[in-house]
Design a protein around this ligand. Structure first.
Ligand code: HEC
Length: 453
């Protein structure tokens, strides 16, 4: 690349000198020949550039970018719908790849990185995006085959889980091309209290599992929900039971397991039941799924419990939480905390008509701590954002959330046509506004603790 660019500058300078000389000694014959020369210069200049950029080759320049950023999902048995491993894989979809990288649709990472930086960040640099584009534009040279190790490390299965909870039986998704939202009950039957140091999820059928949300119940009263559709009226009764964890973990394609800092863990009461809220994508053929939850228990002594603060619809300052048909609305939450905490992660949650989400903290000294900002809410790419370092929030700080929704007919994500009033509910076509924060009670020095995956 550098060589090509230098050559291009050098040659351009040369042409300029020629042109200047030519213009100084110009008469009417030369005037015409100037045009001819200009034509030649421009044509030649671009061809020189194009010729040099063909030196960008797949194996040398493009494969390292693809293997690091795309292959972890785009390989067999992973969430990506096709493989992106070999030269042929990439050439076959080159145009599409150019587009999704330039628009930053892939690799998926909806949060604004300039607002806050995260441990689980993914994304291409401007240089990487340009390299892919130039390679495609110049005709996709293969280069020399290199046997580099492909990054297919699987963070979910690198260590053995202590408890695997599988859906009781395979669930059949009918091939009627409709989305399907279901609840499943997975009793842990674990008779001891434990601390969970990491949580993972393995979709049983990656073709149809769109995303899932994990809740925990300690009353054992919701087991009957197993297999119920979100639209089943009985769900509204179950919804009245207060859960221990409303949102223990959220899985979307590519969301690997979450690990809590050493010596900390989420307390799991004996005999807890797990609830899985599954979103299945529309399918034209019958499919089955039997997904699994992976729980990793702390082996060493846990002296600090991971707790969670969930800011929710009740905390909204401009209630009611209702988005009228045909209207746009913005809701605000502001909530003060009276103890110092160390934040581990943040998980914003809205449904289909959510558009923007922003959360930050204002400390008693008036300092602002950014948490998360999403300018283009993507329902299908919800994730837990884990901070690079534990984030100290001092006592007396106020959490601020600002979330906007678009319930007009002009919003392609609107589940109703014509639009209908939309209010709170567990169902995907209803709306929610949550900010789930995992934290530890603050201890001096926490702000220097780097988190690890
Ligand atoms: C975290 C997992 C993940 C990573 C990393 C990832 N993809 Fe994807 N990709 C997916 C999934 C899942 C889909 C299908 C769902 C969708 O389109 O949102 C997809 C879809 C696509 C599509 C089709 C888009 C469409 O509109 O149908 C292209 C092209 C693509 N990916 C290319 C890439 C490239 C190039 C990279 C690396 C720069 C990459 N992906 C990284 C998971 C991933």
């Amino acid at each position: 690349m550098k060589v090509a660019y230098k050559l291009y500058i050098f040659e351009r300078a040369d042409y300029k000198r020629n042109l200047l000389f030519h213009l100084m000694t110009m008469n009417k014959y030369k005037f015409i020949s100037t045009f001819v020369l200009l034509f030649f210069i421009l044509g030649n200049r671009y061809s020189v550039f194009a010729q040099k950029t063909t030196e960008i080759a797949f194996h040398e320049n493009v494969a390292p970018i693809i293997h690091k950023n795309c292959t972890p999902c785009h390989q067999p048995n992973k969430s990506g719908p096709f493989n992106l491993i070999t030269y042929e894989d990439v050439v076959k979809r080159a145009k599409f790849i150019g587009r999704v990288t330039q628009t930053r649709y892939m690799p998926p990472f909806p949060a604004d990185r300039k607002f806050q930086s995260y441990l689980n960040d993914r994304g291409l640099t401007i240089g990487e995006i340009a390299t892919i584009k130039l390679w495609i534009d110049a005709g996709m040279k293969e280069g020399f085959q290199q046997t580099k190790k492909i990054n297919n490390e699987d963070v979910n299965t690198a260590t053995q889980p202590d408890l695997i909870l599988k859906m009781n039986k395979p669930y059949q998704i009918s091939g009627n091309n409709n989305e399907d939202f279901r609840f499943f009950s997975l009793p842990s039957n674990w008779t001891k209290e434990e601390y969970i140091e990491a949580i993972g999820f393995i979709p049983g059928n990656k073709k149809v599992v769109h995303h899932s949300r994990l809740m925990v119940d300690t009353t054992n009263k919701i087991r009957e929900i197993d297999g119920l559709s979100e639209t089943d009226p009985r769900v509204y009764d179950f919804q009245k039971t207060a859960l221990k964890e409303e949102f223990l973990y959220g899985w979307v394609p590519g969301n690997d397991k979450i690990s809590f800092p050493k010596g900390t863990g989420v307390k799991l009461n004996a005999n807890s039941d797990f609830l899985l809220n599954m979103h299945y994508a529309p399918s034209p053929v019958v499919e089955t799924d039997q997904s699994e939850i992976l729980l990793f228990f702390a082996k060493e002594k846990v002296d600090r419990e991971v707790k969670n603060i969930t800011l929710r619809e009740n905390d909204i300052s401009n209630k009611p939480f209702l988005i009228k048909a045909g209207e746009k609305a913005t809701f605000f939450i502001s909530k003060k905390i009276d103890k110092s905490v160390s934040l581990i992660s943040v998980l914003p949650h809205m449904h289909l008509i959510g558009k923007t989400f922003r959360a930050f903290v204002i400390t008693p000294d008036g300092e602002v701590i950014n948490l998360v900002k999403i300018d283009n809410w993507e329902f299908n790419w919800q994730m837990t954002y884990q901070f690079k370092k534990l984030l100290k929030v001092p006592a007396g700080s106020t959490f601020i959330v600002e979330a906007s929704y678009d319930n007009t007919a002009g919003n392609p994500e609107n589940p109703y046509s014509p639009p209908k009033d939309i209010g709170y509910g567990w169902g995907t076509k209803d709306e929610m506004l949550n900010l789930v924060l995992y934290y530890l009670d603050y201890k001096i020095g926490d702000e220097n603790i780097e988190q690890k995956r």
